[in-house]
Design a binder for this molecule. Structure first.
Ligand SMILES: [Fe+2]
Length: 302
């Protein structure tokens, strides 16, 4: 018999509890990825990769998610293939179509679509196009897992559908003077957790002109796409709030159209619109898995 006790004992180790209970991991940075990244050059995938900062051996924007810009020149195409359990695409610019195993989807600016595990797809641009693409491959790479079973059916959310939904919510928000004018994208398979997919969460959020959405915080990371905003629209982000509910020494992330910024987990953030136009943001978060784990811990300043 081949006894392996000694061999397995060789690398056994322990850490003293009090010293090791809060390991000193690098914070996820507040990071901006300007729209210029997808406005020039040839057709390509532009990874919004923070792996060198957060210390993952694979591409990642946050520990669980990888965000990308897809730039597709007019009449050109690009393939996307990834080992992920959830993917979301948001069309920032241009018209085109995506060919998948189950058929062809046409799209235009403001459309979004989600897919579970799949064998890849090819995106064709009828005119100069840019898509925002987020998937959960980093989570699977951390687990050493390959997705095997689709957890939901693909969904197409057209811009006209999302606008209709937000109009419906907005009328009620104005009546009740709510802090939020947004709709969480849904999927029948996520009915219980109310998330876009089982791992990812997204909100189509309207920040009306002149509005301020007070600070809130949550344990999910947000990868925020500013869909539309005029100058004077921004998010303030910081670690602490004062007794008045204002964020202390905040970092300001401007909402520039088709620009992405990362809001780290646990930090307070408030949205401000001092412009004369309504603004829209499309945050993608790992809140699907956080809600499932009961660890999202979202808190609002009253
Ligand atoms: Fe948030």
């Amino acid at each position: 018999m081949n006894f392996i006790n000694e061999q397995w004992a060789e690398t056994a180790m322990t850490w003293e509890y009090a010293a090791a209970a809060s390991p000193d991991l690098v914070d996820i940075p507040i990071q901006v990825f300007p729209s210029q990244l997808h406005e020039e050059g040839e057709t390509r995938i532009i990874g919004l990769d923070l792996s060198e900062i957060i210390g993952t051996p694979y591409s990642a924007t946050t520990p669980n998610l990888m965000a990308n810009y897809l730039r597709i020149c007019q009449n050109d195409k690009i393939q996307t293939v990834v080992q992920a359990s959830s993917e979301v695409f948001f069309v920032m610019r241009g018209k085109g179509r995506t060919e998948t195993d189950s058929g062809t989807l046409t799209w235009q600016p403001g459309d979004a679509f989600t897919l579970p595990i799949n064998r890849g797809m090819t995106h064709y641009a009828q005119e100069d196009a840019a898509l925002f693409w987020v998937h959960d491959a980093p989570l699977l790479q951390y687990l050493g897992a390959i997705p095997a079973t689709p957890r939901f059916e693909p969904i197409y959310y057209s811009k006209s559908y999302l606008d209709r939904e937000i109009t419906r919510v907005r009328e009620a928000s104005i009546r009740e003077n709510r802090n939020r004018n947004g709709v969480i994208l849904g999927n029948p398979a996520s009915e219980k957790n109310r998330t876009m997919t089982h791992t990812m969460w997204s909100l189509y959020n309207l920040l009306p002109k002149g509005a301020m959405q007070k600070p809130h915080r949550h344990n999910s990371v947000a990868i925020d796409l500013a869909v539309y905003a005029e100058s004077g629209t921004y998010t303030l982000i910081g670690k602490e709030i004062d007794s008045q509910g204002n964020i202390i020494n905040p970092v300001k992330a401007e909402w520039k159209p088709n620009t992405v910024f990362v809001t780290p987990p646990g930090l307070w953030h408030s949205h401000h619109n001092h412009s004369n136009s309504d603004a829209y943001v499309f945050p993608v978060q790992d809140a699907g898995i956080q809600i499932y784990m009961r660890t999202l811990d979202i808190q609002f300043v009253k």
